[in-house]
Write a protein that binds this ligand. Structure first.
Ligand SMILES: [Mg+2]
Length: 263
């Protein structure tokens, strides 16, 4: 592992941070967020079944299931004996089955994402889930901000999900650390144009942005747009090849980034 400090080039005045594998363990989504849905789905639906938001979520899921059936992606039809269960229990079980099936198939449907988003929001707000952030992140970001740099987030997770993660983190509400958030509404992370769009939105040149990520395809796209890139190696991240290691500047902690010439 490289431990030498890396000087951030003078023109860089904006840090753009990826989340998973960069500020946050890559396992957070897989080991915390998704299992939470699977384990709490039935209870959540029972508790919120009569609320408008939940009704809309269920309605959207039903439309998705109908669409899946039309395309022969047969969702499992739960054969519950109606003489034993009330209609509501049966309906909830069917929604649970449908959601678990979609999640097992790694579906990214709007219906699924909407329900998951509502469940995570409730979990964050009530303290059942806290957003994970590596311990070096907060002190480093504060240092950069004191140095006059702006700091933005760019993640595939929705801006709403990003704000929950940082707003209800293990280190409290961290939203004041960031000047703004971008998600895939600005474009995919593996497309160069997205980084041009971000520079334009921030109101700076691509050369003034320093992008930190763990994914080389994202790094390549950013580089092609003229953005500076630093690869972040964290436990559990995909290993970099020898070639990637020699091509990119690599850090294992945000502490390794020193601001030189721009403060
Ligand atoms: Mg990442």
């Amino acid at each position: 592992m490289e431990m030498a400090a890396i000087a951030v080039p003078g023109p860089a005045r904006v840090f753009l941070l990826d989340i998973e594998g960069t500020t946050t363990p890559i396992t957070f989504v897989k080991d915390i967020l998704f299992p939470f849905i699977r384990e709490n789905l039935e209870e959540y639906l029972s508790a919120h079944w009569e609320e408008d938001e939940c009704k809309q979520d269920v309605h959207l899921l039903k439309k998705q299931a109908e669409e899946d059936l039309r395309q022969n992606k047969a969702c499992p039809v739960h054969a519950v004996d109606q003489t034993v269960h009330t209609d509501e229990e049966k309906a909830i079980r069917e929604v649970v089955d449908s959601v678990l099936w979609q999640m097992a198939a790694d579906r990214k449907s709007t219906a699924l994402k909407q329900l998951q988003g509502h469940m995570w929001r409730a979990a964050y707000v009530t303290g059942k889930i806290k957003g994970e952030v590596y311990p070096d992140v907060v002190p480093a970001v504060r240092r950069w901000r004191r140095g006059g740099l702006k700091v933005f987030i760019y993640s595939s997770g929705s801006v709403e999900a990003q704000k929950l993660l940082f707003g209800y983190s293990v280190e409290g509400d961290l939203l004041d650390l960031f000047d703004g958030h971008f998600d895939t509404n600005i474009g995919a992370k593996v497309e160069s144009k997205s980084y041009e769009n971000i520079a334009e939105r921030i109101g700076c040149q691509p050369e003034e942005i320093m992008f930190l990520t763990d994914v080389t395809r994202e790094a390549k796209a950013a580089e092609d747009a003229g953005v500076n890139v630093i690869m972040v190696v964290r436990p559990g991240n995909t290993e970099l090849t020898e070639e990637e290691r020699s091509h990119y500047r690599v850090v294992t902690s945000f502490n390794q980034l020193e601001l030189i010439g721009n403060v």
